[in-house]
Design a protein around this ligand. Structure first.
Ligand code: HEM
Length: 178
């Protein structure tokens, strides 16, 4: 959806893919690290549309979090969509698609180094994050090598949380062979 709306980024990624993988080579472990723009686009997509839109933690003892006193047994919910669009953390363009914010790495994209929580953080961090990013890069590379993407006029923007974030009325994307 984002690459259909932002054709300039779609072209940038296609150029990068063409440079690193040519017209039909599937990316391998050497190529992944070279797809820097694609990595930035995925991070920005995860920020704006986190597939897991919230997670929670139970306090196992009384604790103090900043100025908050949290009693044992409290459930703390982390609303990722809200946190990922906080202008105080991400800057005034927080609601805009701007992959360049990740130009100098995830930890420098916002005012807090751990601001991107799409895969969570700490001891219970997602164990599949590298696999998920690798799989997404392979699939997107293969699509960009073969097709130009655009969004159908039928598309209605309505992301909803059904366990993971889902486009409520589907995501009709048109593929034009290159
Ligand atoms: C874009 C794709 C994915 C996203 C956004 C994602 C996100 C997350 C998040 C936010 C958590 C923390 C949940 C919580 O603590 O309540 C989590 C945990 C986990 N994820 Fe993922 N995940 C993705 C893909 C995957 C894949 C592909 C696998 C397996 C191959 C996987 C396996 C797990 C497991 C096992 C945990 C639990 C880790 C633990 O509690 O110790 N995830 N994931």
């Amino acid at each position: 959806m984002l690459l259909s709306l932002h054709q300039d980024w779609q072209e940038k990624l296609r150029d990068e893919v063409s440079e690193e993988c040519g017209k039909d080579k599937t990316p391998d472990s050497d190529t992944f690290s070279k797809l820097k723009l694609m990595n930035m686009v995925f991070l920005e997509s995860l920020r704006l549309y986190s597939p897991v839109s919230f997670f929670s933690r139970d306090a196992t003892k009384d604790l103090t979090l900043g100025h908050l006193k949290i009693p044992k047994g409290t459930t703390i919910v982390f609303p990722l969509m809200k946190m990922h669009s906080d202008k105080a953390i991400w800057g005034s363009d927080a609601d805009k698609f701007n992959p360049l914010r990740f130009e100098n790495g995830v930890s420098r994209a916002a005012k807090h180094p751990n601001a991107l929580l799409a895969f969570s953080m700490g001891p219970r961090v997602c164990i599949g994050q590298n696999f998920a990013m690798m799989e997404a890069k392979i699939v997107l590379t293969m699509i960009l090598q073969r097709f130009r993407l655009s969004l159908s006029s039928e598309y209605k923007h309505s992301p909803v949380d059904h366990l993971t974030l889902t486009p409520q009325y589907g995501l009709p994307v048109m593929l034009q062979p290159l």
